[in-house]
Design a protein around this ligand. Structure first.
Ligand code: FES
Length: 127
C-alpha cells in the first residue's frame, strides 16, 4: 500500500484541520521537508509504524503493542485494520484515529496524519 503521510505539527503551524478536504493538496504544495510530509510503501503484513521506520522516519511510539496510544495516527483516506483495540474510544475510531504500531493497511492508498498526540482526548490515553 502507498501511504501519504503528514506531521500533525504542520497542521498546528498552518492553522489547518484534519477535516480540511484539501489537506494533503495543501501539504503537497507547501514545500515541507521529507520528515513532515511524504509517502512510504507498506508491504503486506507490515504495520504502519514499522513501514515508516524502515523508510527512515521517526514516528512517536512507546509500547509497540497497542496499549499506550503514543503511536496514534489519524487515517484521513483509505483504511487499516487493527487486530484489537483496548484504549481508543468509539468517538476516536469514528474520527479515524488508529494505533500505527498494530495497523495494517487494507486499501491500496492511504492518507495518514501522524504525531497526533495533541489531538483532544488523546493526551490522557498516552502512558
Ligand atoms: Fe503503544 Fe502503539 S506504540 S499503542
Amino acid at each position: 500500500a502507498r501511504v501519504e503521510f503528514l506531521d500533525y505539527d504542520v497542521l498546528t503551524d498552518h492553522g489547518w484541520s484534519l477535516a480540511d478536504d484539501d489537506l494533503f493538496e495543501k501539504a503537497a504544495e507547501s514545500g515541507l521537508d521529507g520528515d513532515a510530509y511524504g509517502e512510504v510503501f507498506v508491504e503486506p503484513r507490515t504495520n504502519l509504524l514499522k513501514a515508516a521506520e524502515d523508510a527512515g522516519h521517526s514516528w512517536p511510539f512507546a509500547c509497540r503493542g497497542g496499549a499506550c496510544a503514543n503511536c496514534a495516527v489519524a487515517v484521513v483516506e483509505g483504511d487499516v485494520k487493527m487486530p484489537s483495540n483496548h484504549i481508543l474510544s468509539e468517538e476516536m475510531l469514528e474520527q479515524g484515529v488508529r494505533l500505527s504500531c498494530i495497523s495494517l493497511p487494507v486499501t491500496d492508498d492511504l492518507q495518514v496524519v501522524y504525531n497526533i498526540e495533541h489531538l483532544p482526548g488523546l493526551d490522557e490515553l498516552r502512558l
